[in-house]
Ligand binder design. Sequence first.
Ligand SMILES: Cc1cc2nc3c(=O)[nH]c(=O)nc-3n(C[C@H](O)[C@H](O)[C@H](O)COP(=O)(O)OP(=O)(O)OC[C@H]3O[C@@H](n4cnc5c(N)ncnc54)[C@H](O)[C@@H]3O)c2cc1C
Length: 433
Amino acid sequence: MPDAGASTMRADIVVVGAGPAGIAAAVAASGAGRTVVVLDASPRPGGQVWRHRDRASLPSVARMWLDRLDRSGATVLCGAQVVDAGPGARIGAEYQGRALKVEAQAVILATGAQELLLPFPGWTLPGVLGVGGAQALLKAGMDVRGKRVAVAGTGPLLLPVAAALAKAGADLRMVAEQAPPEDVRRFAVSLWRTPRRLLQGVAYRASFLSVRYRWGTWVRRVAEMGGELIVTYTTGRSSWAEPVDLLCTAAGLVPSTELARLVGCEVREGQVVVDGRQQTTVPSYYAAGEPTGDTGMEAALVEGTIAGLEAAGRGSGEAGKLKAERAAHRRFAARAAAAFRLRPELRERVEPDTIVCRCEDVPMSAIRHGWSGRQAKLATRAGMGSCQGRTCGAALEYLVGMARDTVRTPLAPTSIGVLADLASHLDESQGAS
Ligand SMILES: Cc1cc2nc3c(=O)[nH]c(=O)nc-3n(C[C@H](O)[C@H](O)[C@H](O)COP(=O)(O)OP(=O)(O)OC[C@H]3O[C@@H](n4cnc5c(N)ncnc54)[C@H](O)[C@@H]3O)c2cc1C
């Protein structure tokens, strides 16, 4: 078993990310007799959907997978932030304040997704946050009892977040879905093909039945007045304003592809390109879950299992059966993507003084159409802050078609000492490859 106290670890397979995809990959690869190291920046395994403080509070499917991970024999290092990677399946991380180098025969990238946060007037005000961030804060114990809350944006994630807010005692005022009513209706009808998802959606809606749930409605702007947020909604034909204490917005998810791009994996339309075995275009690198597309927890489990089996060299048996399941999840994801595509009017909300890079306070007026991400960085510092363009890069891609063409090490802030230590490790790998 790899020695978790060493500064260099060796394993057959290293999995980056301990969300559903990474957990399933680790369980499958360990079950196939491989030594596995799992690295995750979070304090506990579970990823976004199973983020928790107390395992007993999780749904039974989450507890089952976490128990499987415990029993798998994989070495799981939480609080390990991967900041660099190189060819030859070498990973560099910061763990407990020092450099951790992992050498493996294969890497499974299960790095999940992040929220797409679209700028509009007022989006940087305190009390305006993404639905994923709101969900994470709720799971960390945020007290919303009695607070007036609106949930606005798009996609299936609106419903579980609205349900969670209602359950936590928020005074939920409105759930606004930007997609046109006919698209949402068509999507809802298509759910007969996935009865479990249909029932789940009905259960979420039932938990905030008395609250308005409007389709074809989006937030035009937010202003702060007398300690409350004044949200202006629009349907395109009429607009009106309502006060709230918290506004949770959703514009969908962006696959986290930074690590994949760093090692040279092909990324197309924002998603890591994988073959039927979940292998990327770089030898020894596999990807599973959200980096390969916005497909949800169940697809992440299936893709993670396939990647784990394939990386372990056991892909011909069980993985074959899982591929049909994966295809069904992808069809569902395609239907959801079509129904909840962002309407062009969301671009028109941005005004010249709207901040587009909140780390570096860059307004929209500073950005030129046709610039690449690199040009925006050089001319305005957009993307040079602590998020390294994760937030503004995806937003500017949507707003002005700016290519996210820059990724560099370290992928997350770390110390010079860690960087120096890791540089020699990854340099050695380049010499070896
Ligand atoms: C903020 C947010 C909240 C969400 N909440 C919900 C929800 O409540 N319900 C729901 O159904 N879906 C939710 N989703 C969707 C969710 O992402 C998927 O359904 C599911 O969790 C995907 O599983 P995954 O394993 O692909 O990714 P994730 O669960 O996102 O797991 C990825 C893991 O990789 C780790 N990681 C990434 N990069 C690195 C790195 N460089 N170094 C170390 N570790 C790294 C992360 O810490 C994370 O734990 C949420 C998504 C986001 C972005």
